[in-house]
Structures are given as C-alpha cells and as structure tokens.
Design a protein around this ligand. Structure first.
Ligand code: NDP
Ligand code: HSE
Length: 434
C-alpha cells in the first residue's frame, strides 16, 4: 500500500497554479477527508525554470510528458494545458498507462469525450471534468449523482462570463457593444481574439457537455444552433427592459418527450422575474428543471484561478476516494440513450424583432401581412419615429412561433420595399406568451 495519492500535473498556468495552491493550503483537511495525503509529485510545463521559481523545488518540473506517463507511482494525471492538442493525446496516453484523469478542457471533452470515455471505461479508470463547464460551479457531478433519479426536462444557463459581463454593462450603463467589448478586453475578461466568446462557440462547447449528461445521450457540436451577441445593440436592451425583460446569452437544452431534444446558444429575452435574469457580471448560472427536483439553480464563478481550481481539486479528491476504496471507474459514461433531435419546424418560442422601415402609409399593414402569411401571431408592436425624415423603427414581439415559420417571415420582410433592414432578432423565453 502506498502512503500517498500521487498526482502528475500537466500545466502550471492560471488553473494549474491554483490547484497547487489549494492542495497546499488545505492539505491537512483533504488528507482527513480522503484518508491519505494527496501530493503533486511532477509538473509538466513549458517554462520549467519560471515555474520552479514560482512554486519551489518540492515539485519535480519537467517539459517531457514521458516523465509523468512512465512514472508508475502517479495515480492521477490532471490535464490543465488548454487547447485540443496535445492535451487529448496526453489524456489518452495517461489512460493507456493506467492512470485516472481530471481535466478542465471543454474543447477536448466536446470533441473527443465519447472516445475518451470508452477508453476510461474499458480500463476501469475515473475520468472527471467538473471544471470544463462553468469553472467553479458544481453542475456535472450534481447532474450525475444528486439528480441522477430525475428525468431532466431542461438545462438553461449563462455559461460564458465574458458575454454576461458585456450584456450586464450594456444593460446597466447603457453602453454600446464595441465600447463594452474594449473594456472587457482591457480588464482581461475577453481575450484579444474574442470570437469564441461573443460568437457563442465557447458556450456551445459547454452546453454540449451539459446536454449529453442531462439527457443521457451523446450531443455533439453540430447538433447545436449557435448565435452570438454581435448583433445586439444598446437599444435592444433598452426595449427589453421597457417590456420587462433582460437580455442574456443562454445555452439552452430541452428534452421534449414527444418532439425530441433541442440544443442551442442564443441571445434570449428572459422575464426580469426569472432567476437567471438577475445573474450579472462575470457570474455564471445553470437553471435545471427535472421531474422530481422541480427547478434548481446553480450559481457561481464560471472562471478564475481559485474557483476553477476548486472544481479540479474536488475531482482529484473524488478519484482519491475511489482509489482508496478500489472503486475507480464506478461512474462510467451515462450516455446510454439513442439521440432524438427535435426537427426545426417543431422548435418554437416567441420572438422580438426590430426593423428599420419607411414611415409611409401601408408600411405597418405590409409588415403585419408578412407575419400573418407565415402564421406568426403578433403580441406587441412598438413604433418609434425618427426625429427627421421618413424613417421609423418598429419592434414586434410575437406569440410562440416555430423556427421555420419565423425564418420564412424574416425572408419575406427582408425583401419588402418598406423594410430597410431587419436589425435584430432575439428569442423570448416567456411561458406567458405561449
Ligand atoms: P494557461 O494558459 O494559464 O495555462 C496553461 C499552462 O500549460 C501554461 O503554463 C502553458 O505554458 C502550459 N502548456 C500549454 N501547452 C503545453 C505543452 N504542450 N507542453 C507544456 N506546457 C504547456 O491556461 P489556464 O490555466 O487558464 O487553462 C487551463 C485549462 O483550464 C484550459 O483547458 C481552460 O479552458 C480551462 N479553464 C480555464 C479557466 C480559467 O478561468 N482560466 C476556467 C475554466 C476552464 P505557456 O504559457 O508557455 O504556453
Ligand atoms: N471564456 C470563458 C468565459 C471562460 O468567458 O466564460 C473559460 O471557459
């Protein structure tokens, strides 16, 4: 019997450094919880000298992955390098060498999760990735364990901190998109290339992981309809507020037993009374609806050194307990159901549409007719006239409309002579409009 649970850490950057700190600071209590001390023995990083100066020489730093993979004493490999490659290859190699794996890498899980899981299962090893969705918020384990007795109807979340920070700023300070993006970059929330965040891809990777676990079926990125926040203007947020809504970039996964599963990422108007509407700044939150639990919300920091390390260390502790009790591989892949996706014509929700139009007789009638022809029923219509000239802005809120009917109505609107531009379309999550 070994006296320690030994960890090989890949990457001592933001999160890896946090993991070192948390394991050092709370070592005594963690040992009592597990029944054995957990220690990091070897650390892979590119800049070995820099990391040694930062964390001291009680750790063996290396830039050769084989030093960790071929060390028979290492029980758990913790992958915190980021990017798909070579992270995925290192994870696979760690399983081949009989080591349990923790990762925070959503890119690897979203793309290669299925194959990696099969390998872990085949080897009877643990594979845990709590930090890959919403950093510090426990959501993957609760779905797999505490809520395992439920049929999950829906999982809806603010899963990207950068865009939530931007939309909150636009909402509270009435600033424009470009202005808040610059500020988010200056504060280090948004990356110099913010495309994955503002375009919704970062959220899509996370919602793929959540939907697969919640609905016990393998959802992939190509199943997700993705829309970012690039077309949202300060005025859309103002209109939303006046109508009693907040605008949030939501990852939404719904499982309708009749029609199938819908997974999307899109800017969404939520009633101000909805618990997610009050989640602001860089906070993330996931709102779950299950047949037994009812509604539950998980809220916290979706990123950051220590919050993310909290999830990684939680995974390490769970694996250490499984090692202690000889039960690694206990919770294997939970995707055992065949995938049934909802066809677009069956997806429906109310919509907010903002149009630039010519202010002339018959304009409103032509617009109403375009909607009516596609069976789109209107609930609110607001018209703001420009101070000068013959232009007006029209905002429409529809009753629930199928995705295909909405798209057809938008195509017709775009070619109407009175419509200059369809400026913005936002779906509305409001059961009172159904
Ligand atoms: P960092 O870039 O801060 O850290 C990664 C570290 O790994 C760096 O020191 C990097 O060195 C090193 N590294 C990368 N590739 C290699 C390689 N091939 N060989 C050796 N060393 C390598 O990333 P984070 O800590 O921010 O992120 C780690 C993971 O956690 C990512 O998957 C990320 O998505 C995930 N995550 C991060 C969150 C956060 O708040 N930061 C939140 C949730 C998840 P160098 O800098 O020299 O490249
Ligand atoms: N870029 C992500 C966000 C954090 O803004 O939430 C890492 O997942």
């Amino acid at each position: 019997m070994k006296n320690f649970i030994n960890v090989g850490l890949l990457g001592a950057g933001t999160v890896g450094g946090g993991v070192i700190k948390v394991l050092e600071k709370n070592a005594a209590d963690i040992e009592k919880k597990v029944g054995k001390p957990i220690r990091i023995t070897k650390v892979l990083d590119r800049n070995v000298e820099k990391r040694r100066a930062e964390y001291g020489d009680q750790y063996i730093f290396t830039n050769n992955i084989d030093d960790i993979l071929n060390d028979p004493d290492i029980d758990i490999v913790v992958e915190l390098l980021g990017r798909e490659h070579p992270a995925k290859e290192y994870i696979v190699a760690a399983f081949e060498k009989g080591k349990n794996v923790v990762t925070a890498n959503k890119d690897v899980i979203a793309h290669y999760g299925e194959g990696i899981y099969s390998l872990a299962e085949q080897k009877g090893l643990d594979f845990m990735f709590e930090a890959s969705v919403c950093g510090g918020i426990p959501i993957i384990e609760p779905l797999k364990t505490s809520m395992a007795g439920n049929q999950i109807h829906s999982v809806m979340g603010i899963v990207n901190g950068t865009t939530n920070y931007m939309l909150s700023k636009m909402s509270n300070e009435h600033l424009d998109y470009d202005e808040v993006l610059k500020e988010a970059q200056a504060k280090g929330y948004a990356e110099s290339d913010p495309t994955a965040d503002v375009g919704g891809l970062d959220a899509a990777r996370k919602v793929v992981i959540l939907a697969s676990i919640a609905f016990n079926t393998r959802i992939s990125l190509k199943d997700v309809l993705v829309e970012g926040i690039e077309n949202i203007e300060a005025c859309d947020i103002k209109y939303a507020q006046n109508l009693g809504y907040a605008v949030k970039l939501l990852g939404i996964a719904k499982n309708d037993p009749e029609n199938g599963i819908t997974v999307c990422v899109k800017p969404t108007m939520l009633p101000l009374t909805h618990p997610l509407a009050g989640v602001n700044g860089v906070y993330n939150a996931v709102f779950v609806n299950g047949d037994a639990i009812g509604e539950a919300m998980f809220l916290g920091m979706g990123a950051g050194r220590l919050p993310t390390a909290s999830s990684v260390v939680g995974d390490i502790i769970e694996i250490a307990r499984d090692i202690q009790s000889g039960s690694t591989g206990r919770i294997s892949c939970t995707c055992f159901k065949e995938k049934k996706l909802c066809p677009p014509e069956k997806m429906s929700a109310p919509a907010y549409i903002r149009l630039q139009v010519l202010d002339q007789p018959g304009a409103l009638a032509a617009i109403a007719a375009a909607f009516g022809a596609q069976n789109v029923s209107l609930r609110n219509v607001i018209q703001q006239n420009a101070a000068k000239g013959q232009k007006a802005e029209i905002v429409v809120i529809t009753h629930s409309v199928s995705e295909s009917n909405l798209q057809m109505a938008l195509q017709i609107l775009k070619v109407l002579p009175v419509v200059e531009k369809v400026s913005c379309v936002i779906r509305v999550e409001d059961s009172s409009l159904a």
